[in-house]
Design a binder for this molecule. Structure first.
Ligand SMILES: Nc1ncnc2c1ncn2[C@@H]1O[C@H](COP(=O)(O)OP(=O)(O)OP(=O)(O)O)[C@@H](O)[C@H]1O
Ligand SMILES: [Mg+2]
Length: 431
């Protein structure tokens, strides 16, 4: 089925097909007659031979053998038989095929025996000697019930098939949707480095156009800017590789990245980022030498997205600070309570084993209103103008942290500011 097919329409069509399907041509029912007396056996043969396929058994073992070989719909059993009693035969027949409908013929049986037969799921009982009309109607009703039950059974199977198909389709759709989100993410994440690249290319152009001859100083300037451009291009390539890897569902061996190096790279990136503007920004270096067990570009992407949000959260100049520490015990998750000002994400998938690395991105911006806070991680939710925000940043942040088996906490207060705290699995640096 094509991916784009709406699952509801597909399901409705399939149900319509199911209902409209021409029923398979009815086969004649198969009737088994079990009686050790020849007289009643023969009279039943005469009554039913034109209507059903008949199987005759003069004792229990023959009846059971026939049931093993044929698809029997209804059995008429004499209760009182030499050797195996009708009750015993009934029990064994139901064991061979529980769907067989059984009608018991009784002569002088006690109500206890009849009750026993009914308990064994005989559908009817008829007194012997039987009259023709009663016997005909009992067998015909049993046959109808059997047909109905097998129809219900096959419909249930079809419905089950349909449900499975529907579920497969939903999974496919979900995958397609995630794929779309990933493409959007690539564009979003590559946008940062591209903005930097384009800024530097402009500066280089200006410098080159201004001078007809290049002095040593100009060459140094150009070399330095080209180095930055080169690094940003490298970032773009790594971002696209990472996402393409994710699309192919590859998972590399758990990486270990030195946090100090990461924060150095991040600082360089932030210092030249256009959203920094006149805002005050600083990174507090980690006291300990520690590594994170997550792809380095993922951490930079997470922290850069959070930092850019922090810069953009207010037009007025404010302070943004990135810091963190190594934590040498599992987090006490009970201390985190969701509230109008707090939210903790990804705890279910978090690997809460020490050591952990904690990063925090704090701003002294306006804070997030309690009615907005629950929405900020939804894809495409943004309070920025249409040309300014895609609303994907925090969704990407959350997804990267989840993939890295980390957790994310946000604490905000109107008029005071917001702090996003990221917890990631850490590793001691090899000495
Ligand atoms: N530090 C913050 N202070 C105040 N509000 C914030 C902060 N960080 C995020 N938000 C709110 O969360 C919303 C969603 O953020 P997200 O990063 O997902 O998208 P965006 O920043 O609007 O768009 P994009 O990331 O594409 O530029 C923002 O529009 C903003 O309303
Ligand atoms: Mg953002």
């Amino acid at each position: 089925m094509p991916l784009t097919a709406d699952p509801l329409t597909a399901a409705t069509d399939a149900v319509a097909d199911l209902l409209e399907a021409t029923p398979a041509p009815k086969r004649r029912g198969t009737l088994l007659i079990v009686d050790d007396e020849d007289g009643p056996r023969q009279s039943l043969r005469v009554i039913f031979k034109d209507e059903y396929d008949l199987l005759m058994a003069e004792d229990g073992p023959t009846a059971i053998e026939l049931a093993q070989k044929h698809d029997i719909d209804v059995a008429v059993l004499d209760i009182r038989m030499a050797g195996m009693s009708g009750i015993e035969v009934l029990e064994r027949l139901k064991y061979v095929n529980p769907a067989i409908e059984a009608i018991m013929m009784t002569a002088f049986e006690t109500t206890d025996t009849i009750r026993q037969a009914l308990r064994l799921r005989a559908c009817d009982y008829i007194n012997k000697p039987f009259d023709l009309a009663t016997m005909r109607s009992a067998v015909s009703q049993a046959m109808q019930r059997r047909t109905l039950e097998s129809e219900i059974h096959s419909s249930a199977e079809k419905v089950q098939e349909l449900l499975t198909e529907l579920q497969n389709q939903r999974v496919e759709e979900q995958i397609a949707k995630t794929r779309g989100d990933i493409y959007a993410s690539i564009i979003h994440d590559i946008n940062g480095p591209l903005t930097v690249i384009s800024g530097f290319v402009q500066v280089l152009n200006q410098r080159l156009n201004r001078n007809t001859r290049l002095e040593l100083e100009d060459l140094e300037f150009i070399k330095d800017r080209l180095r930055i451009v080169g690094r940003q291009v490298g970032n773009c390539i790594e971002i696209s590789r990472r996402y393409l890897g994710f699309l192919r569902r590859q998972s590399d061996e758990a990486p270990r990245v030195c946090v100090k190096q990461l924060l150095n790279d991040l600082e360089q990136l932030v210092r030249v980022h256009p959203s920094l503007l006149e805002n005050e920004f600083n990174i507090i270096p980690f006291g300990d030498d520690i590594a994170v067990k997550i792809n380095g570009t993922d951490v930079i992407q997470i922290l850069l997205n959070l930092a850019v949000n922090a810069f953009q959260c207010a037009p007025l100049n404010h302070h943004v600070q990135i810091g963190g520490e190594a934590i040498y015990a599992p987090l006490d998750l009970a201390q985190f309570k969701d509230s109008p000002n707090d939210r903790l994400l990804n705890v279910e998938s978090m690997d809460n084993t020490a050591p952990l690395v904690k990063f925090s991105v704090r701003d002294t911006g306006p804070g997030i209103a309690p009615e907005v806070l629950p929405k900020i991680f939804q894809p495409y939710f943004t309070t920025k103008g249409p040309q300014q925000g895609t609303g994907l940043g925090l969704n990407i942040v959350q997804r990267l942290i989840k993939e890295g088996n980390g957790a994310l906490h946000v604490h905000t207060q109107l008029g005071v500011g917001t702090t996003f705290t990221v917890y990631l699995p850490g590793a001691n640096m090899a000495k």
